[in-house]
Design a protein around this ligand. Structure first.
Ligand SMILES: Cc1cc2nc3c(=O)[nH]c(=O)nc-3n(C[C@H](O)[C@H](O)[C@H](O)COP(=O)(O)OP(=O)(O)OC[C@H]3O[C@@H](n4cnc5c(N)ncnc54)[C@H](O)[C@@H]3O)c2cc1C
Length: 402
């Protein structure tokens, strides 16, 4: 097995490196812009150069390059090393934009895609409700057509970033007579509309990353619908597929593993360096096995994609594998931190991204529990793998979102 890149691709890598050297971090007056402005400016240049938004047509603000998974991979690697803000991994760019490309009308693509991929337009995902999570099709938020407007009433919850979002893509029940899945539509709500009330939810990490959103007779234009009326379920499946892809990266697992190993080198346990403890060593070795398997599964998927083939069952495993690894790493970190874990950082420290030493790992531990739930819980992932991947009989108890 030869995992090296050909000379043509190494040449491409040098071009990307030269671009980054010239443009990131920004210099002079540009470095005085806000973080968001700097990111947008850099992204515009990266798009113009063909290093971002490669799959997006030029008429929607993308760079429209021929699909080349190896080039995309090289760009990802080099941008990652330089901490450059390339394609944003935001809810809007990663989930809504692909959904719009697949199901949106022409005016919707023209209006929403370009500002979203540059990071100027921020989105949140209004799917979950107090009584609708794994069983998403139970959602009760209603939208009724009144002339040329939808009037929306309902309650969404766990809405990440609703407090900073400009728009929400939202699932609403529009056909009360239809069956559970058939009566849903996919609507775009301007968060500044009258009747939208956002309330922050503080988590056990101390931060408040998500919100409850109350929709009280919110009026939006009738044309703000993606796909046909009552076909929102189908559209939402496209968004969910992209959400899981966003969560399951093997490189991110490897980076967290390396970072924990570095942390462990400075920790004393039972009077000796933690890494000399046989049980700790064994736990690291076991996790490294999972990380390596995940990484090689990623290479396998990359090879299939480079050949234009579907990744199949392997891709279904990505989210579950990476959240399992994340949890094992965070649990090990938690044990290494010891009593210090009891004084978890204050919300302000975490929000200002200044957690101290081991306390960052305490937050990581708590976060690992949440990320195993977001985008479809671990048990739901297992059901999907069992039913779609292994062909086992369907779970008859519920009708799920996935
Ligand atoms: C960090 C984070 C960010 C989130 N961001 C968003 C967001 O931006 N927008 C949004 O709409 N939602 C968001 N969510 C909500 C998320 O999608 C839901 O929490 C998730 O779908 C689970 O729903 P639930 O919380 O109602 O749990 P439930 O569905 O009630 O599940 C409870 C438990 O029962 C298990 N379970 C349920 N059904 C089955 C079954 N059939 N078989 C086996 N086990 C089952 C689950 O695995 C889980 O352990 C976010 C959640 C988290 C944690």
């Amino acid at each position: 097995m030869d995992l090296s890149y050909s000379e043509e691709y190494e040449e491409f890598r040098r071009e990307v490196q030269a671009f980054l050297k010239g443009y990131w971090p920004l210099q002079g007056d540009e470095a005085k812009l806000s973080h968001r402005e700097q990111a947008t400016l850099f992204r515009e240049r990266a798009i113009a150069q063909g290093y971002a938004a490669r799959a997006i047509p030029k008429r929607y603000g993308g760079s429209e390059r021929e699909a080349d998974v190896l080039k995309a991979r090289i760009i990802g690697e080099e941008f990652g090393k330089a901490h450059a803000p390339g394609d944003i991994r935001s809810i809007g760019a990663s989930m809504l934009v692909p959904t719009l490309l697949e199901h949106g009308q022409e005016w919707q693509k023209e209006r929403f895609i370009a500002p979203t991929i540059r990071g100027e337009m921020v989105w949140c995902q209004g799917y979950s409700e107090p009584g609708a999570g794994s069983d998403l099709a139970s959602l009760q938020t209603k939208a009724e057509l009144d002339g040329d407007e939808w009037v929306i009433n309902g309650h969404k919850v766990w809405t990440t970033g609703a407090n900073i979002a400009d728009y929400m893509f939202c699932l609403c029940r529009t056909e009360p007579e239809a069956d559970k899945h058939g009566g849903i539509s996919y609507l775009l709500i301007d968060m500044k509309s009258e009747g939208v009330q956002v309330s922050l939810l503080r988590q056990m990490t101390g931060t408040a990353d998500f919100c409850e959103v109350f929709l009280n007779s919110v009026r939006i234009p009738a044309e703000n619908i993606i796909g046909k009326r009552g076909e929102g379920w189908n559209v939402s499946r496209s968004t969910l597929k992209h959400e899981r892809n966003m969560i399951g990266s093997a490189e991110a697992s490897r980076a967290t593993f390396r970072s924990l190993l570095k942390f462990a080198k400075g920790v004393q346990l039972n009077g000796r360096p933690a890494l000399e403890d046989p049980v700790i060593r064994q736990r690291f070795a076991q996790i490294e096995g999972y990380v390596t398997a995940h990484l090689y599964s990623g290479y396998r998927q990359l090879t299939l994609a480079a050949r234009g083939q579907e990744p199949g069952l392997a891709a279904m495993l990505n989210k579950l594998t990476s959240t399992n690894i994340g949890h094992m790493l965070a649990k090990l970190a938690f044990d290494l931190v010891g009593d210090q874990a009891l004084e978890s950082p204050s919300g302000d420290e975490v929000m200002n991204l200044k957690p101290r030493g081991g306390q960052a790992w305490v937050s990581q531990y708590m976060w690992s529990l949440g990320i195993a739930i977001a985008g479809g819980t671990a048990n739901i992932q297992r059901n999907v793998i069992a039913e779609r991947g292994l062909g086992l009989p369907r779970d008859r108890a519920v009708q799920r979102s996935n």
